[in-house]
Design a protein around this ligand. Structure first.
Ligand code: 6GU
Length: 226
């Protein structure tokens, strides 16, 4: 998979992708990430990328031309399966979206800043808009990092234990059950007896039960559309 990200602050994204599992995925060539600085496509001597909004109001809006020029150049080099705009005024990211995107070949992600981008860019180029939750960030970069992390870990070969990406929270619409490791007792707190029995079918039942209980308590909304 190839992921291109257009940003006004690409430096924000250097670090999140250069550690641990995501770095290893790139080293193994399972994914390639390319950052593009929108400023490189800015207009005139000052490399202008934003302007005040028509109709008045506070906040600058990212202009059409720099974004259009950048996207057109990238599109002339390869075909994108999705062109995604990260914005708080969109549907929220969930596991099903991440699963779906992990199957794509080429993804282009545009991150906004300031008041956002000229609507005509959204109308002409964007195939999918994603928010990461009901709160506002200063820009879409950290949101893009969240999306890319959620997608990359699903690419076969990225996570060593294949089983683990499939069994985590949300993959089956349930939160994860509690987990324990040694010691079996710490300051009087014991690990649930069932986990020490070696009766794996029973343990699986217990985990399902715990996952359901936890979900019902903390995120009942996840059970609603069952
Ligand atoms: Cl994608 N962008 C910004 N700026 N804020 C957000 C977001 C995105 N998702 C949630 N909050």
């Amino acid at each position: 998979m190839r992921i291109d990200i257009i940003s006004v602050a690409p430096n924000l994204l250097d670090s999140p992708f250069n550690h641990s599992i995501i770095k290893r995925a790139q080293n193994k060539n399972l994914v390639q990430i390319f950052l593009h600085d929108l400023r490189d496509y800015g207009l005139g001597n000052y490399k202008q990328i934003d302007d005040t909004q028509f109709g008045g109001g506070a906040g600058m809006v990212l202009m059409i031309a720099p974004i259009a020029n950048c996207i057109d150049k990238l599109k002339s080099e390869r075909k994108y399966d999705e062109i995604i705009y990260m914005t708080p005024d969109a549907k929220t990211l969930n596991q099903s979206t991440a699963n779906n995107l992990s199957l794509k070949e080429n993804i282009l992600i545009l991150t906004g800043h300031y008041k956002g981008i000229d609507q005509r860019i959204r109308d002409k180029y964007i195939t999918k808009e994603i928010s990461i939750g009901d709160y506002v960030l200063t820009g879409g970069e950290l949101a893009a990092a969240v999306l890319v992390d959620a997608v990359i870990r699903l690419i076969p070969g990225v996570i060593g234990d294949e089983q683990s990406a499939l069994t985590d929270s949300y993959q089956d619409n349930l939160l994860s059950p509690p987990v324990y490791t040694r010691p079996a007792e710490f300051e009087g707190m014991k690990v649930p007896e069932i986990l020490l029995t070696g009766n794996f079918p029973k343990i699986e039942d217990w985990r399902q039960e715990q996952a359901y209980k936890r979900t019902k308590e903390i995120r009942p909304d996840l059970l609603e559309n069952e």
